[in-house]
Ligand binder design. Structure first.
Ligand code: ADP
Ligand code: ADP
Ligand code: SF4
Ligand code: SF4
Length: 599
C-alpha cells in the first residue's frame, strides 16, 4: 500500500481556518521537519507522503474537509498519470482510445474529466505524478507501452494527430470569440462543409447574428459546429448537450456519431444518461474521491457501464463506488389532482409578442406537485411562467391564484451571477438572496441535499459550474414562496448531484405544500423528479402550444409523439433509453401510441 495525501486546492482556505490547525496539531516531526508544513510556492500546506504516518489528526482538524489521507494499492502507483503539484489532485490511468468508436466518459465532478480531456487533446502533458521536474514525451509514451494508447500518444506528440476540443463552459465563448456567426464559422471550414454542418445542427437562423447575442443553447451548437469544421483526427466533446432540448441533443449526438470514421478517435464527456447511452459505443467510469484522486475504469459497453454506475458497483474492478443503487420509476407516479390542493389555475391563455404567439390550454397546478416542463427552447416557457407570476398580462384568458402565489425563480443562465459577485463569499450572497436562510426549517435538508457545507466559505466567482448551480438553486429554494420555478437546475451537475437535487426538490415541495415547475431537458431526470408533466409543442420563436399539466404517462406521450422519439425502460435500473429511430421497438411503440412506458 502506498500513502496518498492530498489537500484540495478549492477547499483549503489557510486564512480562514483559524491558524492552520492541520499543521499545528500534526504530531510527527522528524529531523526538524514536520510531516505537514506551509509551502509558500503552493500557497497552502503540503504533506510529505513519506513522513506522514496517516494518524488522520490533520484530516479531523481541518474545518473545511480539505485533506484526504488514504492508502492506495501499490499497483495503482505505477499507473499515476498526472498530479497537480505537491499534495495536489492525482489522476490514475487514461481511457483506452480506439479508432472508429465513440468513447463516453462519465463520473462525478472533480474526478478529473477535464484533466483527461486536456491530456487526450495534447493540451496538458501528464507529469506521471512527478511534481518536481519536467517529464519527456517519450516517458509518457513508454508508460503505456504495449497498449493502443502507446500508438495514440506517439502520434499525438509526434504531430501526426490533430485534436479538436469542444470545451465545457460555452457561456464563456463570447469573451474570446467576437463577430457574426457566419464569419466565425466560415473561417474554420470550406463552403460545402459549412453548409452541411449548419443544416445538420439547425443553425440557419443564427448565422447572421452576433456571437454576443446567442442563447446558451445556440452557443453550444455553434461550439459543436466549430469543432466539426476544424476537422481533426481526435474529437473531444466536453458536455456537448448542456442547454439543448431533447431534439437538439439527438441531433448533436447523431452528428457526433457520424464523425467516428475508421481513422478517428471520438470522446464524449456527458452527464445526460440517455444521451451518453445513445452516443457512445463504450464508456469508461471515473471513481475515487472528488478533488483528491480519480481512477479511470476499464472500458465497457455503454449500456452495461451506465447500469453498473447506477448500481454503484463496478464488477470487473470489484469496486463499490456508492452505498446505494440508483433506481428509476418502473411505472409512472399517480397525479394527486384534488380541488382542495389547487394552488393556481388558468383558463386557456393567449399571448402575442412580436412575431411569437403562445396558447396555453386550461390547467391547474396543485400543492405538493413537481411539474416537469418539457419542450424546446424559445417556445414560450418563460412567458407562461411570467403570466403565472403576474409579470406578463395575457391577451386572452385569466390566471386564477387560489390564495397567495409567491414565486421564487432559478434562472437558466447563472454564470453572470458569479461574475457580478466577484470576491463575495457564498454565505454573504446567500443571506442577501434568501435572508435568514439558516433559520428556514428546510435549511438542514437543502444544505445536506445539495452538499453546501464545503461551499459556504468560498467566493462566488471561484465556484465551478456545478457548484454555482447548487448554490443558486439552494437560494431559490430558501426564498419563502409557494411556487418555485427552476429553469434547467441540472445543467453542469454530475449524475449523483442530479439525483440529489431531484430528491431534495421533491421532498421539500411535498413537505412544504408548495409546488415547483422544473424546466429540464435531461429526460432521465425529468422522469426522476416529476409528479406531472406539461408539454410545450410548436415551432420555436413562432408559435408555442402548451398543453395543460397532466400525469407523467400522458405528458411524456404527448411530448415524445410530437418529437417523434420513443424511449424504453432498461430492465435492470428502469432508466429511460432512447430507441434507435426506425428500430423494431421504435415502430412497435409508435403504433401502440406508447412513446415512453411500454412493457
Ligand atoms: P472534472 O472535470 O471531473 O470536474 P477536473 O479535471 O477539472 O475535474 O479537476 C480535477 C481536480 O483537479 C479538481 O479537484 C481540481 O480542483 C483540480 N485541478 C484542476 N486543475 C488544476 C490546476 N491547474 N491546479 C491544481 N489543481 C487543479
Ligand atoms: P422559452 O422560455 O421556452 O425559451 P420564451 O418564453 O422566453 O421561451 O420566449 C418565447 C419566444 O418569444 C421567443 O422566440 C422569444 O424571442 C419571444 N419573446 C420573448 N419575449 C419577447 C418580447 N418581449 N417581445 C418579443 N418577443 C419576445
Ligand atoms: Fe501529520 Fe497525521 Fe496529518 Fe500525517 S495524517 S500529516 S502524520 S497529522
Ligand atoms: Fe486550514 Fe484546512 Fe487548509 Fe489546513 S488544510 S490550512 S486546516 S483549510
Amino acid at each position: 500500500m502506498g500513502r496518498l495525501a492530498t489537500i484540495d486546492k478549492d477547499l483549503c482556505k489557510p486564512d480562514k481556518c483559524g491558524g492552520q490547525p492541520c499543521i499545528r496539531f500534526c504530531p510527527i516531526v522528524k529531523g526538524g521537519k514536520r510531516a505537514i508544513w506551509f509551502d509558500h510556492d503552493v500557497g497552502r500546506p503540503v504533506i510529505s507522503e513519506v513522513l506522514c504516518v496517516g494518524c488522520g489528526i490533520c484530516v479531523h482538524k481541518c474545518p473545511f474537509d480539505a485533506i484526504t489521507i488514504v492508502n492506495m494499492p501499490e499497483e495503482l502507483e505505477g499507473e499515476c498519470v498526472h498530479r497537480y503539484g505537491p499534495s495536489g489532485f492525482k489522476l490514475y490511468r487514461l481511457p483506452l482510445m480506439k479508432r472508429g468508436t465513440v468513447v463516453g466518459v462519465m463520473g462525478q465532478n472533480a474526478l478529473g474529466k477535464t484533466t483527461i480531456a486536456r491530456i487526450l487533446a495534447g493540451e496538458l502533458r501528464p507529469n506521471l505524478c512527478r511534481v518536481d521536474g519536467d517529464v519527456e514525451a517519450n516517458e509518457v509514451i513508454r508508460m503505456f507501452r504495449g497498449t493502443e494508447m502507446q500508438t495514440y500518444l506517439k502520434s499525438l506528440y509526434g504531430g501526426g494527430l490533430r485534436a479538436v476540443h469542444k470545451v465545457q463552459y460555452v457561456e464563456l465563448i463570447p469573451l474570446y470569440v467576437k463577430g457574426r456567426v457566419a464569419d466565425v464559422l466560415s473561417r474554420l471550414g470550406g463552403e460545402d462543409a459549412l453548409r452541411d454542418v449548419v443544416e445538420r445542427l439547425g443553425l440557419q437562423h443564427v448565422m447572421e447574428r452576433d456571437v454576443s447575442n446567442l442563447s446558451g443553447g445556440e452557443l453550444q451548437k455553434v461550439a459543436v459546429a466549430a469543432a466539426m469544421l476544424r476537422g481533426g483526427d481526435i474529437y473531444i466533446f466536453d458536455e456537448p448537450t448542456t442547454h439543448l432540448d431533447i431534439y437538439e441533443r439527438m441531433r448533436v449526438s447523431n452528428a457526433i456519431r457520424d464523425l467516428a470514421g475508421p481513422d478517428r478517435y471520438v470522446v464524449v464527456i456527458e452527464h445526460d444518461l440517455a444521451v451518453l447511452d445513445y452516443v457512445a459505443d463504450s464508456v469508461v467510469l471515473l471513481y475515487g474521491k472528488p478533488g483528491a484522486y480519480g481512477i479511470v475504469s476499464h472500458p465497457r459497453g455503454a449500456r452495461e457501464g451506465i447500469n453498473e454506475y447506477l448500481q454503484g458497483y463496478l464488477a470487473s474492478e470489484n469496486m463499490k463506488i456508492r452505498d446505494y443503487s440508483i433506481q428509476f420509476h418502473r411505472r409512472p407516479p399517480e397525479r394527486r389532482a384534488e380541488r382542495s390542493r389547487a394552488l393556481v389555475s388558468w383558463e386557456r391563455l393567449f399571448k402575442a409578442m412580436g412575431d411569437f404567439k403562445l396558447v396555453v390550454e386550461t390547467g391547474t397546478i396543485y400543492r405538493g406537485e413537481v411539474l416537469g416542463v418539457v419542450g424546446p427552447n424559445g417556445i414560450g416557457k418563460t412567458t407562461f411562467v411570467k403570466m403565472l407570476a403576474g409579470e406578463v398580462e395575457p391577451d386572452e384568458g385569466h390566471v386564477m391564484p387560489m390564495g397567495d402565489v409567491k414565486v421564487s425563480y432559478k434562472p437558466q443562465y447563472i454564470r453572470d451571477l458569479a461574475v457580478r459577485n466577484r470576491g463575495i463569499p457564498v454565505r454573504t450572497w446567500m443571506s442577501r438572496e434568501a435572508g435568514d436562510y439558516s433559520g428556514n426549517p428546510i435549511w438542514p435538508d437543502v444544505s445536506s441535499g445539495l452538499l453546501l457545507g464545503p461551499l459556504m466559505e468560498r467566493d462566488m466567482d471561484e465556484l465551478s459550474g456545478g457548484e454555482l448551480q447548487r448554490v443558486v438553486l439552494a437560494a431559490s429554494l430558501l426564498r419563502r414562496a409557494t411556487l418555485y420555478i427552476l429553469d434547467e437546475p441540472m445543467a453542469y451537475l454530475d449524475v449523483e448531484q442530479r439525483i440529489r437535487v431531484a430528491r431534495t426538490v421533491r421532498r421539500i415541495i411535498e413537505e412544504s405544500e408548495s409546488a415547483a415547475i422544473v424546466v429540464e431537458h435531461d429526460i432521465a431526470m425529468v422522469d426522476y423528479v416529476s409528479t406531472s408533466i406539461m408539454p410545450f409543442l410548436g415551432t420555436p420563436a413562432k408559435e408555442g402550444h402548451a398543453l395543460g399539466p397532466m400525469d407523467v404517462r400522458n405528458g411524456m406521450n404527448a411530448f415524445l409523439k410530437y418529437m417523434d422519439v420513443t424511449f424504453r425502460k432498461d430492465p435492470k435500473t428502469f432508466r429511460p433509453r432512447i430507441n434507435k429511430p426506425g428500430s423494431v421497438l421504435d415502430r412497435e411503440q409508435k403504433q401502440a401510441g406508447e412513446y415512453y412506458y411500454y412493457e
